[in-house]
Design a protein around this ligand. Sequence first.
Ligand code: ATP
Length: 236
Amino acid sequence: MLSVDDIHVHYGASVHAVQGLSLQVGEGELVSVIGQNGAGKSTVLKAVMGVVPTASGRITFDGVEVGASGFSSVKQRMSYVPESRGIFAGLTVGENLRLGAIVRKDRKLVEADIERELERFPVLRRYWDRGASLLSGGEQQQLAIARALMLRPRLLVLDEPTLGLAPIVVDLIFDVVEQLRAEGMTILLVEQNAVRALEVADRSYVVQAPGRVLGEGTATELAAQPDVVDHLGFTP
Ligand code: ATP
C-alpha cells in the first residue's frame, strides 16, 4: 500500500538526513519505525506526507507517487499527526475535531464519526467547548489523533505520539493504537519508546543515523539480529 524506495532527503546543502531508506506498509499493517534521536525518523514521515521533498528515490501510496503533480495526501486519505500535533490553539476542541472532516461531504457519517471519537476519547467530550490551548499535552495529543481519524484515513501516520507524556497517558495512547489496529487501520508509527513500539507493531524498522535501515522484521526476527540488539541495547 505504502512503498518507500531508496529515498534520500537533504536539508540545505549540508544535512543529508536520509540516505537510501526503504520501507513498506501493507494494508491493515501496523509498522513502527524506531531509532535514536536524529536518526531521521521524522524526516521519513515528512517525506511520506510530501512535506519535505526527496532528492531521489520513490514513494508511492496505492501506486500514486507522493509529490507528483496532482498528488494530495488528503485526497489519498493519508492522515498525519506531527510531533508538534498541529492543534489550532485559537479554536475549541469541537472546532478542531470538525476541521479534521472539512473535506468530507458525507455530513451524516461525519456526525457519527465525531460521536465515535468522543467515545474513544472521553476527555474530548468533557472539554468540547474549551479552547484547545487550555488542554494538557496528553489531551492535545488525543485531540490530534481524533482529528486525524476524522478524515477516515486509509493510512494513519503518527510521529512520536507519546513523547513527553505521563505514563498513564502513554498507556492510553498505546491502547488506542492497538484498538485502531484491531479495527483494521493501516498505521505507520514513529516512536522513541522502542519497547512498546516493538510490542504493538506487526513489523518494525530500526533506523540509524543518517537515515538508514539497520534491521527490519517482527520483534522475534529483530531479536535474532546481533547488530539490532546491540544498537537497541536490549533484546526485543
Ligand atoms: P528525533 O527523534 O530527535 O525527532 P529523528 O530520528 O526523527 O529524531 P529527524 O528529526 O528526522 O530525526 O532528523 C534527522 C537529521 O536531520 C538530524 O540530524 C536533524 O538535526 C536534521 N534535521 C531535521 N530537521 C532539519 C531541518 N529543518 N533543517 C536542518 N536539519 C534538520
